[in-house]
Design a protein around this ligand. Structure first.
Ligand code: GLV
Length: 307
């Protein structure tokens, strides 16, 4: 029995080494190497070609090598085995660091100091304390909760919104469509941590951006297609929003002719806020393999029907 590995160009070799070290009894076959389909018990993949995973008759589970599972959605022949998402605490922590960077940048006006430096201007901006700067997290799943917790540790006033009811220590939680406007209009920065599903696609719409506080900022770190890009550009262009920091996009790489690239209020980063490193992630995956071998439940599972 063996593992099929396809991290789609992102460092298969470290994954092979880390998995082999932790699961020596399961040889790793990188996609493209010669395999006997009946030998494959687990597939560990990212953006794997549609139509391939149904070729392995003894497949017990599929592991996403990333936090999201929407890369499986285009594959109608996907076998009915559990799809296990990658919940690596190191990735959630790094995403929180990225979000905090932008919160601090906007709150403490670092971009102004950069501009001032180019003119040798010494001028300390008047700002309020962190406790008065309100940060709203949209999407309080595993990653959103970690982002909320870490940013709140730095003294910011953090609240969160989710479609479902949630509880996070020190974080005021709003839930359901009826409370969205109340949540949006109080925050100085909104951070998108929503995963992508048919229910969240373009959820951040004209109405949502128009309900945000005038002069506030927007940060996006989960999935680009949650955002209606035209609505965001409209809110920036009419001066309703002061700026945006976008790490994720509906189409990646961001097409060269996309208006975000040259927009003076938009900061573009290339989907780097939570890079996955095999050194930490393979331990999480290997632990889940051991649980499956024992017949124990594993978490989190991807809901292929898009809840
Ligand atoms: C990256 O976006 C991931 O899903 O891990």
């Amino acid at each position: 029995m063996a593992i099929l590995l396809n991290n789609n160009g992102y460092d298969n070799e470290s994954w092979r080494q880390e998995l082999t070290r932790r699961l020596p009894e399961l040889p790793v076959r990188v996609f493209g190497e010669l395999v006997h389909p009946a030998d494959i018990r687990y597939a560990m993949v990212w953006n794997h070609p549609a139509g391939d995973l149904c070729r392995y008759p003894n497949l017990r589970a599929i592991f996403s090598l990333g936090a999201g599972g929407e890369h499986f959605m285009g594959d109608d022949s996907l076998p009915e085995v559990p799809i296990v998402l990658l919940a690596d605490p190191a990735v959630a922590r790094d995403m929180a660091a990225h979000a905090l960077y932008w919160v601090a940048t906007f709150h403490r006006r670092y971009e102004d100091y950069r501009r001032q430096q180019s003119q040798k201007i010494w001028d300390r901006k008047k700002i309020g304390p962190a406790e008065n700067f309100r940060v709203g997290i949209v999407g309080l799943g595993r990653i959103g909760t970690e982002v909320a917790r870490r940013i709140s540790d730095f003294g910011y006033d953090v609240s969160g919104w989710d479609r479902a009811e949630r509880q996070v220590e020190n974080v005021e939680c709003y839930c359901g469509p009826q409370s969205l406007t109340d949540f949006l209009e109080i925050n100085d920065v909104i951070i998108n941590c929503l995963s992508l599903s048919p229910k969240t696609k373009h959820l951040l719409s004209y109405r949502v951006f128009s309900s945000m506080k005038p002069g506030s900022y927007f940060v996006s770190i989960s999935r680009g297609a949650v955002v209606d890009d035209e609505a965001l550009l409209d809110a920036l262009d009419r001066g309703h929003l002061a700026g945006a920091a976008l790490d994720v996009f509906a189409h990646e790489p961001l097409p060269r002719d996309h208006p975000y690239w040259s927009h003076s209020k938009v900061n573009v980063t290339p989907h780097m806020s939570g890079a996955t490193f095999a050194s930490s992630a393979a331990a999480v995956v290997a632990e889940n393999v051991r649980k499956l071998e024992r017949g124990d439940p594993v978490q989190p599972l991807f809901d292929r029907h898009g809840a």
